[in-house]
Design a protein around this ligand. Structure first.
Ligand code: GUN
Length: 321
């Protein structure tokens, strides 16, 4: 066969290992936590879960395990599904005033009768390690990155972007698909702060595929399994898949399921320059950044000013990545 008729060699994207990155961040946090404890402040985190959502129970248990592994004081408050708004707010207020607690996380979603926005607004901005309070969101958007608690998932995703492109994204086009307060919007703010040219696309975007194809950095955060196909991706782009979707997997046996992202991963491998897998990409970074945020909060109360976002980034840079 002449060279002309040989099939084009398919490149294989670099797979960004979020699990390894997260362990290094956690190692760094554990070492700093032990120094802080020797100086008299043991970082403390309180996680609140209301009701019996099975996925939330798994997440909360992982957060508590990670906190203990980092040497933190860790408390989990499990409240019944029918908890009244006033009782939940009273618990948040008590935690706001508890000097042993530096980070408060109320697991979302809350049961439908509860007002999540009011609960988020009741968490002290100084203990808001989720970065969901309007004050922290405002700091993030107005360039106060060194003061803001940044939501953990986009903060972790940003560290993975940094591994490929460094800290300065000047001249690069980034597209974030998804506009949630927890992921899409803060991710856009972080990319913008790093000098990328940013578009936020969503379910009402016209020609979504064409918008995605412009991206040097494509971030998917919509919760639709496999939405983003290989032909949505610019050759050589960096693809950050934040979706975590459980889908039936009859090939693994009856009733079995598996996790997939928002991106068609096998198709992406042949087109992208770098890609995060699901599981093992952004997922493990969320908990690592929650620990980094809690450490920073404790350091601040101990009079050792520490930027939560920079703490995570330092963990990465100090390791010489
Ligand atoms: N539910 C899903 N992700 C999160 C998160 O990062 N924080 C909280 N509080 N709830 C969540």
């Amino acid at each position: 066969m002449s060279a002309l008729h040989e099939p084009a060699a398919r490149s294989t994207a670099r797979v960004i290992d979020g699990k390894a990155t997260a362990s290094r961040v956690l190692e760094w946090v554990t070492a700093r936590a032990s120094e802080l404890e020797r100086a008299g402040t043991r970082p403390g985190i309180a996680v609140v879960i209301v009701g019996d959502d099975p996925a939330s129970k798994v997440y909360v248990a992982s957060k508590a395990r990670a906190a203990e592994a980092c040497g933190f004081h860790s408390v989990t408050h499990r409240l019944p599904d029918q908890t009244a708004q006033a009782d939940l707010l009273a618990l948040v207020m008590r935690l706001n005033g508890d000097p042993a607690i530096h980070g408060i996380l109320v697991q979302l979603p809350l049961p439908g009768h509860l007002d999540a926005a009011a609960v988020i607004g009741a968490v002290s901005p100084a203990k808001d390690v989720d970065g969901f309070h309007a004050l922290n969101a405002g700091r993030l958007w107005s360039g106060g990155l060194s003061d803001a608690f940044v939501p953990c998932t986009p903060a972790g995703a940003m560290l993975l972007v940094e591994q490929v492109h460094g800290r300065d994204l000047s001249g690069l086009e980034a597209v974030v698909v998804g506009r949630s307060n927890i992921v899409g919007k803060p991710m856009a703010a972080l990319l913008l702060a790093a000098n990328a040219t940013v578009a936020v696309a969503h379910s009402r975007t016209r020609d979504l595929r064409d918008v995605c194809r412009r991206a040097d950095i494509l971030v998917a955060a919509v919760g639709r399994p496999g939405l983003i196909g290989g032909d949505w991706i610019k050759p050589g782009a960096t693809v950050i898949d934040i979706g975590i979707n459980r889908v039936p997997a009859p090939e693994l046996g009856e009733g079995r399921s598996r996790l997939v992202g928002d991106v068609d991963y096998p198709a992406t491998l042949g087109v992208a320059g770098a890609v995060t897998p699901v599981p093992g990409g952004v997922g493990p970074m969320t908990i690592a950044m929650l620990m980094a945020n809690t450490l920073s909060s404790a350091a601040r109360t101990a009079g050792m000013p520490s930027s939560p976002f920079v703490a995570g980034a330092d963990a990465q840079r100090n390791e010489g990545w």
